[in-house]
Design a protein around this ligand. Structure first.
Ligand code: FPP
Ligand code: MG
Length: 312
């Protein structure tokens, strides 16, 4: 699996592994998420569409989004089972957004997670429908599979996810991203808008939904929002840096695409070194929000460190 974690990529100066073994934690959570995703979709008639949905959903990946959702549920003192259906749904939505993003009408990419993209295998028509199928199923899955959570919390999570992925979130960010391609006058404000919406909104709702399902207070939600917004932006800055510095083998997708597509990126404003410095500052600010939670927040601190230490 191209995107699985290893010890080398997660050891950082600020969070030595001796304090909290993030590698073991992520390996365990990844396995739990993989198993739950595998169980989530059966192949029935018409097999082609379920195959296409499963092809991208089961193609590996860090599973960072569901793991964040499970981690905040745990932080609030509840068992991860409460949040597993929502975690799976968030991965389904993330996957569908990438299937559509890779289409010839958008980024026209041939590789994702080290494999041919969905439309390269199944054709554009089925890839569009596989994305639609995953999006609709994600919401059905939360509503039908969540157990032992009061209904008002489930409704709140569904509403927040709907907002985060629609025109007020992912879709809006993608529109501005497409509009900005090839435009040399894109401002830093526009770049921030794109990433807060295209990547940040989903990461934020991943962090918040686990906490909401577990009964988080308004203060918890406020703190976790700031944590999520900061790691979301840092994640994107590092993504932009890796597009320049990493190889196709490391990334599992085409490298150097941003430059080729004349996309505005953080390194294009700040250069690579300053971009890394800005990302580190955001991670420090994110972790500061976790201070009141003590040792219980070790996973979220370590995940924040992992976001800037990652090589793919
Ligand atoms: C990858 O960005 C793409 C996204 C993070 C989201 C794209 C969003 C859509 C296609 C809208 C999907 C619709 C719904 C309803 C959620 P990138 O191209 O910068 O990164 P990449 O190099 O990994 O492709
Ligand atoms: Mg793309």
């Amino acid at each position: 699996m191209t995107s699985s974690v290893n010890r080398e990529t997660i050891a950082t100066e600020s969070q030595p592994l001796s304090k909290f073994d993030l590698a073991s934690y992520l390996v365990e959570r990844q396995a739990q998420v993989e198993a739950a995703l595998d169980r989530s979709i059966a192949v029935i008639y018409p097999e082609k569409i379920y195959d296409a949905m499963r092809y991208s959903l089961m193609a590996g990946g860090k599973r960072l989004r569901p793991i964040l959702c499970l981690a905040t549920c745990e932080l609030m003192g509840e068992a991860i089972d409460l949040a597993m259906p929502t975690g799976c749904a968030l991965e389904m939505i993330h996957t569908m957004s990438l299937i559509h993003d890779d289409l010839p009408a958008m980024d026209n990419d041939d590789y994702r997670r080290g494999k041919l993209t969905n439309h390269k295998v199944y054709g554009d028509d089925i890839a569009i429908l596989a994305g639609d199928g995953l999006l609709a199923y994600a919401f059905e899955f939360i509503a039908t599979q969540t157990r032992n959570v009061p209904a008002d919390r489930v409704v709140q999570v569904i509403a927040r996810i709907g907002r985060a992925v629609g025109a007020a979130g992912l879709v809006g960010g993608q529109v501005v991203d497409l509009e900005s391609e090839g435009n040399p006058d894109v401002t830093l404000d526009t770049l921030n808008f794109i990433h807060r919406h295209k990547t940040g909104a989903l990461l934020e709702v991943c962090v918040l939904s686990g906490a909401i399902l577990a009964g988080a207070s308004d203060t918890d939600i406020q703190r976790l929002s700031i944590y999520a917004q900061n790691i979301g932006l840092a994640f994107q800055i590092i993504d932009d840096v890796l597009d320049i510095t990493a190889t196709q083998e490391q990334l599992g997708k085409t490298a150097g695409k941003d430059l080729q597509a004349q996309k505005a990126t953080y390194p294009s404003f700040w250069g690579v070194e300053e971009s890394k410095r800005q990302a580190s500052q955001l991670i420090v600010a994110a972790k500061a929000e976790l201070d009141p939670y003590g040792d219980a927040a070790h996973p979220l601190r370590a995940i924040a460190d992992f976001i800037i230490a990652r090589k793919h």
